[in-house]
Each structure stands twice: as structure tokens, then as C-alpha cells.
Design a protein around this ligand. Sequence first.
Ligand code: C2E
Ligand code: CA
Ligand code: CA
Length: 549
Amino acid sequence: MDRLGEVLLKNVSVMKSRVTKHAVYGVLIAVSTIILATLLSAQYQYGGISVENIVAAQKNNFTLWIIDGMPFIFAFWGQYVSASMALQASTMVLDQTNELRNQTVALEYQVMHDATHDSLTDLPNRVLLLDRLDQAIHTAFREQQRLALLILDLDHFKDINDTLGHHSGDQVLKYVALRLQGVMRKSDTLARLGGDEFAIMVPLAQERNDVHIVVEKIQNAFISPFIVGGLSLDVQASIGIAIFPKHGKDVDTIMQRADVAMYVAKQNKEGFAIYSPKLDKHTPKRLTLMGELRQAIENGDLVLHYQPKINISGNSTIGVEALVRWQHAEHGLIPPDDFIPMAERTGLIKQLFFWVVKTALAQAEQWHNEQLKIGIAINLSPSTLLDADLPDIITGLLASSNVPARYITFEITEGSIIQDPDRALDILVRLAKMGINISIDDFGTGYSSLAYLKKMPVSELKIDQSFVQDMLKNDNDAVIVRSTIDLAHNMGLKVVAEGVEEKEIVVRLKLLNCDIIQGYYYSVPLNNNDCTEWLRSHTLDIIDNPTTG
Ligand code: C2E
Ligand code: CA
Ligand code: CA
């Protein structure tokens, strides 16, 4: 018997026993009624209660005969009803349990689907593509097959977005997805990498030119114009191709080389390019670096520099901001702007962030041991903020560190909140509950929505350096700086001005009541030894509950 059957039987017997109890009461009541009726009949019909009179009443009184049948009727009826009710109830419960179980399975499936698919086109997203590519590479390796990865980027898509609006842009992306799906074979994978970038993974047969056939099919799909909002739009795509195993034997390299080829395709007339090592010369350094980043993180080729944040009123150091650099054997110290965006695109940002937090916590612990108890601020890129794993990753890292969470600040940009405000709020609230401070970085450059900002558990605003640097020359920037300071104070937040390079600006910011200053005027970002020296030789603002970073 299966488990469900057993549960059903057990439920039926439990319920039956309950109903049977009530049937027994019924029988007892019926028997009492018989006794009472017989006694009454003996008394009033036969002149007194005696054995003979009771026998006579039972023998001659028709009504008593009917009543005598009652216990049997009750017993039978009770049994019958109890059995059928119990059966019905139990089946109902089982049906509902099954339905709930099905709903849970469907929900789990939905969550998994959402995590691996793009919400606009419902195509696999980057995460799923990378996973499939990895599997396909293993299979192709085993079976000695070739595999092509095509990265496809729409030309001048930004113009469509800018002139016709995001809605039309989204419409075009949906149509492109539909057309590309028409071109695919069952064994191919089509994914949206983000923005106007798609990828197609194609297992190749042995013939040499079959990748050209795929390219031709894709290009044909773009011949007829796209009709959006009554307008006929001519949309073209540039295609970059890398082939396993010729151009790379792992996911990172294949992705990077297809990207390099796509960059070249943007510039040539054919609209597509197949990777070759000589293309590397014509592509920006960042593209060729992409394949090396994972190694760099694993080998510990990254370093953190720390820039002091100064309390404007007391000239004391209240914290430092950790800024990552890549120590490259060939290219020297590479600034974060050259590899962070790339880490975002390739999904390596999670590993990078993990490394940054771990390293920053270890450094902070060292300083704390020396009684240099200052806060440390860490930059969080948009995809890291929206990663649902973030709070747990942080909990884990904090658990193995002696630095209390209140010494940690995460700097996030407005853009990362706007991407998905509800999710951002949810995650920020969890981080804030742990005691971590949240700071809004590059304030003024994004589309801030005050409505969102008010809801977020934020304690600090950092005015973007572009406004700070020009505030003495440009009235607009001066107004922005002043109103940001007022706004932040009205919301109970501290204000940091970053990119402060001149004394005059410090003076002006003091007049405007800015709280904290960061910039070359005080110090450039320092390596760990230099920063330790700085902290030892400067007054530190050791407050027990710093809202700094
Ligand atoms: P950010 O968060 O706005 O960092 C401030 C940048 O301004 C730093 O550049 C810093 O060196 C620079 N800076 C500081 N004071 C001055 C000044 O007085 N004048 C000028 N001209 N610049 C100043 P850096 O280190 O090159 O970092 C650039 C960006 O890279 C950062 O901008 C941040 O968005 C990102 N970044 C840095 N480290 C990380 C990290 O660990 N994770 C993530 N996700 N992003 C990071
Ligand atoms: Ca920052
Ligand atoms: Ca900034």
C-alpha cells in the first residue's frame, strides 16, 4: 500500500472512532427511552411497575415495538454515516494537501525560473547561459566536438531608447528575441545577456562553414523592419563569434573572445567577426583582460587601498573607504573602473566582492587590535546589492571576524536601488538590522527618488565628486551641493563630500555645514601600510557607534 493509502486508512479509522462514539450515545439514549417508555406503560396501562406488567407492556404495546427497534436503527445509521463521512473528510483533506503540494512545486519552479530567465523576453539569462556553456564545453570536450558562441549586440539601440522611450526599446528587444528563436535549432541556446546583448550557443557539426550559415540566418532575421508604435524601425546587430576549442577551452575565455570579436564586428562592414588573436590588438585593454580576472581574484592579485574620510569639524579621521585595484604583472596597477564593469558583466563581481569584504574585514580587525578603531566603507555594485544571497554571505563573513557590524558601511549607488526598489529595500533592511551602515554613493548622478530614499535605512549621502569639484566655478553645482546637504540633514543623514582637492572647497563646505570630507586634499587612497601610518599619526574619531564608513 502506498503512503497516501495508509494515511487515508488511518484518517478514516480515527474519524470513524469519533463518530462511532456519538452513535453509541444515540444507542444509549434509545435504550434509556425504551426503559422509560416500558416503565411508564407498565405503570399507567397495567396498574403498577412489576415484572409481569413490564412483560405485558412489551408484549402488547405496538408503540414500544417501534421504539425497541430504535437502537438497531441508530447503531446501523451511526455506523454507516460515520464510515462515509470519515471517508469523505479524509479524501477532502488529502486532495487539499495534494493541491497545496502541487502549488508549492509550481512556486519553487517559478522562483527557479525567475532566477535563470530574463523577465522581459523569458529567455535564459546570463547565469543560465554560463551554466549551459560550461556543460556544453564538457560534453564537446568528451565527444571531440566543436561549439560556437555568438554574442550579438544591437546597433544604435540607445538611440531607440532615447528617442522613442524605454517602452519601445523593450518592444524591440521582445521582437528580436522572437525572431532569433525562429532561427534557432533545438540544440542551440539563445540567451539575453542584459541590455541589448544576446548570446547564442551552437554545437557545430564538423563542416567548416556551418557557423557562417548560422550568421546568415541571424542576419536574415533582421532584414525586415521592426514595427513599433506604428513606426517602422531598421535594426541591425553586430555578431562576435568564438569557437571551442580553437579560441578557448573554458567559459571565461570563450565569452571574452566572443566579446572581442563582437567589438570588432561593430566596426567592420560585415556586421560579424570570428575571433582571431590579432583582433586583440584592436580592442580595448579591458576586453583582453576579461579572461584573466578570475585568475587574478584567485591568485590574490587584487589589493585594497584605503582613503581616509575626515570629520570636517574636528579635522579627525572617522573612517576609510576601501578601493580595490588590480596589480597586473604586465599593465601595472589597474584602476577599478577598468575592471569592475567587466566583473559585473561576467558575473565575477560576486567573487570579487567576497574577496573585498574579507580583506577589508581582516584589515579592520588588525587596526582594531591596535586600538585604531575606525569604520570601513565598502563599495557595493548594483548586482551585488540585488543578490538575494548577500545578507547571508555578509552574516557568514562577519561571524568569523571580530569587527562589530556597526564599523562597516556599504556604499551603494542610487542606480542600484532604482533597478529594483522593493528588492533593494528588503535586502538593505536585512543588512541594517545586522547593524551595518548604508551610504548612498555618487549622489546626484542618478534618478533619485526621494520617496524611495525615505524608506531606505540609509545613514549617509555622498555628494558626487563632479559637483564638489566645480562648486566654486559653477553656480548650478554649488546649488546642488548646498541643497543636497540641506536635504540630507532634513532627513537626518550625514553628508560626505568626495573629490575634495582644494582648501577653498573645504572652507566653503564647512560654511555649508557638510559633515565629512574625502579627497586628495587630505589624502589619496593609501596602501595598507601607508594607511596604518596615517591612522597612527592622526587624531581618530573613535565613536562607539560610528555612522561613518
Ligand atoms: P567611488 O566609490 O566614487 O570612489 C571614489 C573614487 O574617487 C576613487 O576612485 C577615488 O580614488 C577617487 N577620488 C578620491 N578622492 C579624489 C579626489 O580628490 N579627486 C579625484 N579626481 N578623485 C578622487 P577609484 O579608486 O579609481 O574608484 C573608482 C570607482 O570604482 C569607485 O568610485 C567605485 O565605484 C568603484 N570601486 C572601487 N573599489 C570597488 C570595490 O571594491 N567594489 C566595487 N563594486 N566597486 C569599487
Ligand atoms: Ca564609493
Ligand atoms: Ca563616489
